[in-house]
Write a protein that binds this ligand. Structure first.
Ligand code: 13P
Length: 249
């Protein structure tokens, strides 16, 4: 049985006051939930404050990105040791915004995933096609390449800890969610590819959907066999919406 993950990616949003009030409300409202893993991924500047406010809670902390070196002259980067020190258990890797604006490639994703496992993080590895790629019928090919190259040469013992997030770029922040049918079609395909890479382990790997998830569409998406949770952007910035999404039935 794969445990559902509901993760909020705050992206480049929030300062201390609104972050603290969000996580305080969240902590109280979800404290009895044990059958879902709840994760928040604030910007780096807020990790310390959020961690402090989440102590003794069932909510985990995640980073939005991480460099593959442990320390050194890499101005502006964040290292695995720093994320560990800040209390992160998860780290988002290869988000489409990082691929589009900051030159992330399947190769850099691969280095980061290996580093994440090396430091005992749970990596949430993002993949997904653009609208142009989907319209040209390339969605499956793009996703397969991202998986095969981004997840190359991992250690057997790490396979089942991996989390993949399918986030079609055309559905991110656009209000256009993939229909459950569209999402399940790709999620099923992703699991088949994972099976061909990690023989016998694909049933243990969680595959999250991301892209305009809201309280109104989470239940339908979660009813799909191969959707094991959500990576939520905009709707995770409001305590009310994020709590409703976490508590979907
Ligand atoms: P939205 O939920 O705002 O579409 O963002 C999805 C996403 O990119 C999460 O990582």
């Amino acid at each position: 049985m794969r445990k559902v993950i509901i993760a909020g990616n705050w992206k480049m949003n929030k300062e201390t006051e609104s972050a603290v009030s969000l996580v305080r409300e969240l902590k109280t409202e979800v404290r009895d939930i044990t059958d879902r893993e709840i994760v928040v991924c604030p910007p780096f500047t807020l990790l310390g404050e959020v961690k402090k406010n989440l102590c003794d809670s069932n909510i985990f902390l995640g980073g939005q990105n991480m460099f593959w070196e442990k320390e050194g002259a890499y101005t502006g980067e964040i290292s695995p040791l720093m994320l560990k020190d800040a209390g992160c258990k998860y780290v988002i890797i290869g988000h489409s915004e990082r691929r589009a604006y900051f030159g992330e490639t399947n190769e850099s994703v691969n280095k980061k995933v290996k580093t994440a496992f090396c430091y005992d993080f749970i990596p949430i590895v993002c993949i997904g096609e653009t609208l142009a790629q989907r319209e040209k019928g390339e969605a499956f090919g793009v996703v397969e390449k991202q998986l095969r190259e981004g997840l190359a040469d991992l250690k057997v013992e790490d396979f089942s800890k991996l989390v993949v997030a399918y986030e079609p770029v055309w559905a991110i922040g656009t209000g256009k969610t993939a229909t459950p049918l569209q999402a399940e079609e790709i999620h099923k395909f992703i699991r088949e590819i994972l099976e061909s890479i990690f023989e016998g382990k694909s049933e243990e790997i969680r595959i999250l959907y991301g892209g305009s998830i809201k309280p109104e569409n989470i239940s339908d998406l979660m009813s799909c066999q191969n959707i094991d949770g959500g990576l939520i952007g905009g709707a995770s910035l409001s305590a009310d919406n994020f709590i409703k999404i976490i508590k979907f039935i």
